[in-house]
Design a protein around this ligand. Structure first.
Ligand code: MV4
Length: 457
């Protein structure tokens, strides 16, 4: 096992990795930008190193600064967390050439899955359903029109270098397809340096189901079930839960087995997530793989009792998975609410600044992963997540009731937060019935999110 791990991240995930390392007897090195000098995770690490000014590009994204910190601190591994350098194949390659273990998949696998056209091809080869669409990249508008003629409208144009909702457009007829094709391609070129796009049939208001997997370096793969992430707004997830209220045991088994097939075809190692769209009629389609630990991994931790960060560390140090698929047991229902310092009444405008009073909820079935405290100043330079509030109860209904109780207990004075919005969503009859899809938030909380457009039935 590693002796010393450097965490190339900040906030709650830095703290989460420190906790996992502590329990495994691994020393930790935290890095920080000058904006994070008073962060809680710095007090919990064994060593801290300032890597630069507030701008991410000059600190948490600065590869030479992070590698230098790892060399100086004599770390034998780097955990990238999520965001920042977590899916940067070049960074993983630099780690390899410096003989530092990157806690994640190999650079080759990160690169292959980062190219959404290649990822789609891997899924197809693995016999996993993909959304009807183009056979690879679409080079020009003539080809785009041809493909659209074949599969029918509406069509989605996606950037090969995109993912997570970035660089996507919908076209409902030929003129709009031609315009959108060129727009999507130039946007992708500007944003990612690669204008390659591909086409898919547009699936209207799907549910978003993702499957957590673990894969060791000896060919062992297990899935840890799914998470339903359909409650999102503009590709920012608000609520995640497991199990999904929209899967039957049969459908669940098929999706989870499909996820394992994708991961095997990709030679994937470490923790990862396979994303699917689930249509109303029960058909599901692979969309992409997230080659990192995700924010919402905690939901799966609650229902499986596993520590996914410890599993990442064990896998990256070359160990075999200590359990088989049939040993994985799921219990009860977990829900996570992402609490952000944002004002839902002002189009989710970030609301950074000093937290005057922070009173965390607690009690049976409640977990809060947060790096915040009374007096903490939320820097304006990074994402606005204050923390992740989770509950674990024996049924979905009990979990919802415990979450409502915990949200009521949670006091954050100072910044505006998404706490009241979560309360409103959890009381909504469609959410209560599990009858919600990725269009739910826009539909009911479109203009003035705290006031439902249509009152819950
Ligand atoms: C789609 C889609 C409909 N049809 N692809 C958005 C995030 C990215 N991972 C894929 N996304 C979508 N791809 C086709 N062919 C709808 C979405 C989508 C979505 C997917 C998952 C979760 C939330 C979403 C919100 C809007 C659109």
């Amino acid at each position: 096992m590693f002796r010393r791990v450097l965490i190339a991240n900040r906030g709650e995930i830095a703290q989460r990795v420190i906790r996992a390392c502590r329990e495994l007897g691994i020393e930790t090195v935290a890095v920080y930008s000058s904006a994070d000098a008073d962060a809680l995770y710095l007090r919990q690490a064994d060593e801290t190193i300032c890597i630069g000014p507030p701008q991410s590009a000059k600190s948490y994204l600065d590869i030479p600064a992070i590698i230098a910190a790892a060399e100086v601190a004599d770390a034998d591994a780097i955990h990238p967390g999520y965001g920042f350098l977590a899916e940067n194949d070049h960074f993983a390659e630099v780690c390899r050439s410096c003989k530092i273990n990157f806690i994640g998949p190999t650079p080759e696998v990160i690169a292959a899955l980062g190219d959404k056209v290649r990822a789609r091809e891997l899924a197809r080869k693995a016999g996993v359903p993909i959304v009807p669409g183009s056979d690879g990249a679409v080079e020009d508008e003539k080809k785009a029109l041809e493909v659209a003629q074949q599969i029918g409208y509406p069509i989605m144009i996606k950037a090969a270098a995109g993912g997570g909702g970035r660089g996507m457009r919908v076209a409902r007829n030929e003129p709009s397809l031609v315009a959108s094709f060129h727009q999507a391609s130039s946007e992708a070129k500007a944003a990612f340096g690669d204008g390659t796009v591909y086409l898919e049939k547009f699936v209207e208001n799907p549910r978003h189901i993702e499957v957590q997997i673990l894969a060791d370096e000896h060919g062992n793969i297990v899935h840890l079930g799914e998470r339903d992430c359909s409650v999102q707004r503009r590709h920012q997830k608000l609520i995640e839960e497991s199990p999904s209220p929209s899967l039957t045991p049969e459908l669940r088994a098929r999706i989870c087995e499909a996820a394992v097939r994708v991961v095997r075809e990709a030679n994937y190692t470490n923790a990862g997530t396979v994303e699917f769209l689930l249509a109303r009629d029960g058909s599901f389609y692979f969309i992409e793989v997230n080659a990192r630990i995700q924010v919402e991994h905690t939901v799966t931790e609650m229902v499986t009792g596993l520590d996914l960060i410890q599993q990442q560390l064990l896998i990256a140090s070359g160990e075999r998975l200590a359990f088989k698929q049939e040993d994985v047991r799921w219990s009860g229902h977990a829900i996570e609410c992402r609490i952000n310092a944002e004002d839902p009444e002002k189009d989710f405008q970030p609301s950074p600044g000093k937290i005057e009073l922070f009173v965390p909820p607690g009690g049976p079935g409640v977990r809060l992963d947060s790096h915040c405290y009374s007096g903490y100043r939320i820097p304006p330079n990074y994402d606005s997540m204050i923390g992740k509030l989770l509950v674990h109860r024996s049924t979905r209904d009990a979990a919802v009731r415990t979450m409502l109780r915990a949200l009521d207990e949670f006091v954050i004075e100072g910044p505006k937060t998404t706490i009241p919005l979560h309360g409103s969503i959890l009381r909504h009859s469609d959410f209560r019935a599990g009858d919600h899809d990725t269009g739910f938030v826009e539909r009911y909380y479109g203009s003035h999110p705290a006031i439902p457009v249509k009152e819950p039935r």
